[in-house]
Design a protein around this ligand. Structure first.
Ligand code: HMG
Length: 390
């Protein structure tokens, strides 16, 4: 069941300035490093500089897309995030100015934990379906932050993915149907007065697996493909072994062999970027797609599955077909550069960054220059966030 060919025409991402290797954390907190490397499947995590946030990362992710395609056909920016910087103003409006986009643009922010990047993608597809000349800029970006010394701490991370959604896409055509699932569960949330998330870890893993079943059931009831027709699956990756766990769960739900070898085939090529960046919430599944496209040379015309999970919880399973000439349009070298140009920090520097808080009372503060990225949060003045090109 194919829709008109609409989907991801370009994809670019950015991450934080710093990186903390999990071997460094293990040395300091006495944890066996294999718990991180093998148990969670995480090698390192990105840590944003003090003058970085979802706006600076989102603008940095989107800038290369505008350089390649211009902005003449972009009429909408959808910014998906759960680490919003304002209760009223959409983060995308700051990005709109930083990137010099025309006034004749609509900009809006979307929220539902890690899921909203997918809501943005599906809304973008619908908008392009209405007018195939238009393009939509989707940005999904987050800074994942848990309390120090909590079980969630090694699953932190930060990144933003920008996607240009257009007709006749050069990377992935989004296909119907979608399988949907919503369940009111308190597995992970962040009240307005907190900068760190609250999570019931065990419950969150169970809720994720329940959502995998729920979306798949709905997907198959709506005439979706069988699992054997799907070459690889990009899962939301709070930590990369979660993707394996989820796929094994799906295989066993479908009555198929579900050992680690089976999940490695479907999921193994999607985890390289998430393993060194950490959880980037709304961006995570799309980093999985970037990893898949960059690490394979032979998946043209094949079907890829996407399982997007957002705690709380909302989930969606859908598929896409990889374009015949995707290798000419992916950004493999640029993506690898984004990861390798981070500055490694030690455990003490990480803890200091973690505990740095912007003034909640809105008092004036100029922020230290730390980021080497293209955009920075210069400070707070008169309760306003001041963003600048670096
Ligand atoms: P924990 O209690 O620290 O870890 O919390 P554990 O004891 O469960 O160990 C983790 C794994 O490492 C286990 O493997 C251990 O066996 C293994 P499993 O049994 O799961 O297969 N392990 C080792 N392996 C090799 N050598 C060793 C070793 N030691 C242990 N020496 C937990 C883990 C994930 C709960 C915690 O990190 C956490 O709370 N994370 C945050 C919540 C989270 O990521 N939940 C995932 C699902 S919810 C979701 O994805 C949504 C989310 O992204 C938010 C949103 O939607 O907005 C979080």
């Amino acid at each position: 069941m194919l829709t008109a060919a609409i989907g991801i025409h370009d994809l670019s991402f950015s991450t934080g300035q710093f990186v903390l290797p999990h071997a460094e954390s293990a040395r300091h907190n006495g944890t066996d490093v294999d718990k991180y490397h093998v148990g969670l499947g995480q090698v390192a995590m990105s840590v944003p500089a003090i003058d970085e946030d979802i706006v600076t990362m989102g603008a940095a992710a989107a800038a290369p897309i505008l350089e390649r395609h211009g902005h003449d056909r972009i009429r909408t920016i959808l910014f998906a995030t759960e680490t919003s910087v304002d209760q009223s103003k959409a983060a995308g409006v700051f990005v709109h100015r930083l990137l010099g986009l025309p006034e004749s643009t609509r900009v809006v922010e979307l929220k539902q934990a890690c899921y909203s990047g997918t809501a943005a993608l599906q809304l973008a597809v619908a908008l392009v379906q209405r007018d195939r000349r238009q393009q939509v800029l989707v940005i999904a970006g987050d800074v994942s932050k848990y309390p120090l010394d909590s079980p969630g701490e090694p699953t932190q991370g930060a990144a933003a993915v920008a996607m240009l959604v257009a007709a006749d896409p050069a990377l992935v055509r989004v296909v119907e149907p979608s399988g949907l699932f919503t369940n009111d569960v308190m597995d992970f949330w962040r009240p307005n007065y907190r900068s760190t998330a609250i999570v019931d870890g065990r419950l969150s893993v169970d809720a994720y697996l329940q959502a995998v079943e729920g979306t798949w059931k709905d997907y198959t009831e709506r005439g979706g493909l069988s699992l054997n027709e799907i070459a690889a699956v990009c899962y939301h990756q709070p930590f990369t072994t979660m993707a394996h766990k989820a796929h094994r769960h799906l295989l066993s739900y479908c009555g198929q062999p579900s050992d680690r070898r089976n999940s490695a085939e479907a999921v193994g090529r999607t985890t390289a970027y998430n393993a060194v960046i950490g959880n980037s919430y709304t961006a995570s599944m799309y980093l999985g797609l970037a990893s898949l496209l960059d690490s394979t040379d032979d998946i043209m015309d094949q079907t890829v599955g996407f399982l997007s999970y957002g705690s709380g919880s909302v989930a969606e399973f859908f598929t896409g077909v990889v374009a015949a000439d995707y290798r000419d349009h992916r950004r493999r070298n640029e993506n690898r550069d984004v990861i390798s140009r981070r500055t490694e920090i030690d455990y003490a520097a990480y803890r200091e960054l973690h505990e740095y808080d912007l003034p909640v009372s809105g008092e004036e503060r100029a922020l230290p220059r730390q980021t080497a990225g293209s955009f920075r949060l210069a400070g707070i003045a008169d309760h306003k966030r001041v963003y600048q090109p670096r």
